[in-house]
Design a protein around this ligand. Structure first.
Ligand SMILES: O=C(O)CCC(=O)C(=O)O
Length: 289
């Protein structure tokens, strides 16, 4: 058992568009910007009560910390609940139940007026502003985003911890083939270096997010997230522009995802076990290189 090697994220109070492009976007380095949301209505207004008041009768799909097994789809929720009731839970108990990807445009379009797309050099994809919710026990499994966006991730109400790993670290992380996650048996809070020796060479970046903080996660960056108390986040995404990244994105979304779902449907747990064995063998082999 051990701890990942991490360095703290670079935190800046404010940053100009030119500085952001030069020092973070172009070299694809993560950064936490504290002041990006200070002028937004959301900075003052967005808390759990505000969202709860607008919840109406909406029913939302909820996920927990357990990985999907056998033929279960990773996208299948563990339960559904009224948003109002779920937020009540967040306010009163450290639950592990999460909402993953709540599209603001479809579900609560009135929130759009509370924020602005930052003029920071990223071409944001305006059709998919998404909210994510979690409680004091919620963990978001280690993954990178399937469409490989450059993302700006904003946190509201509570605190969360985000551990990032660059795409270059993939060789140490036991990435599962035909997926965007690593072996789900790995305890990211207490990794077993004897069972998964390559993990001790991985070097991460640690970010602690408070209300209003904005975290730049460059394309393909792995992220493992822990909500430290009830709160919610918004991610604004800019789709990749480099031709190689665009091709990867198209492959992930239109080929890999469907192939994996098909194999899961036909071979169930055997497919998952096979992929895990491949991940382990391949990563341990990287170690001896
Ligand atoms: O914070 C969360 O709940 C998940 C966020 C996430 O995975 C993302 O923005 O890509």
């Amino acid at each position: 058992m051990g701890q990942f090697k991490t360095t703290p994220i670079t935190r800046v109070k404010n940053i100009s568009k030119e500085e952001f492009i030069e020092h973070y976007y172009k070299p694809q380095r993560p950064v936490l910007i504290e002041g990006l949301t200070k002028e937004w209505g959301a900075y003052k207004k967005w808390n759990l009560d505000y969202i709860q008041k607008r919840a109406g009768d909406q029913i939302v799909p909820l996920y927990d910390n357990k990985p999907a097994k056998d033929k279960e789809s990773v996208y299948a929720p563990v339960k559904k609940m009224k948003l109002y009731q779920y937020i009540e839970l967040l306010k009163t108990e450290p639950t592990d139940l999460r909402i993953f990807f709540y599209n603001i445009l479809d579900s609560m379009p009135e929130l759009i007026k509370d924020f602005e797309y930052p003029d920071i050099g990223l071409k944001f994809f305006k059709r998919l502003p998404a909210l994510f919710f979690g409680g004091g026990n919620s963990k978001v499994f280690m993954h990178y985003d399937i469409d490989l966006p450059d993302s700006m991730h904003f946190h509201f109400h509570g605190n969360k911890s985000v551990t990032l790993f660059s795409p270059e670290q993939t060789k140490y992380l036991y990435k599962v083939p035909f997926s965007i996650h690593n072996i789900d048996k790995i305890d990211m809070d207490n990794p077993d270096f004897e069972r998964y020796p390559a993990l001790q060479f991985a070097e991460g970046i640690q970010a602690h997010m408070n209300h209003g903080d904005a975290l730049f996660m460059p394309s393909g960056y792995w992220h493992y997230i822990k909500y430290l108390d009830g709160g919610f986040s918004m991610t604004l995404r800019a789709l990749p522009r480099k031709p190689k990244r665009v091709l990867f994105m198209l492959y992930n979304v239109f080929v890999m995802r469907h192939f994996d779902n098909l194999m899961r449907r036909f071979r169930g747990q055997n497919w998952l076990d096979y992929k895990e064995q491949v991940a382990e063998k391949k990563t341990n082999k990287n170690l001896s290189k």
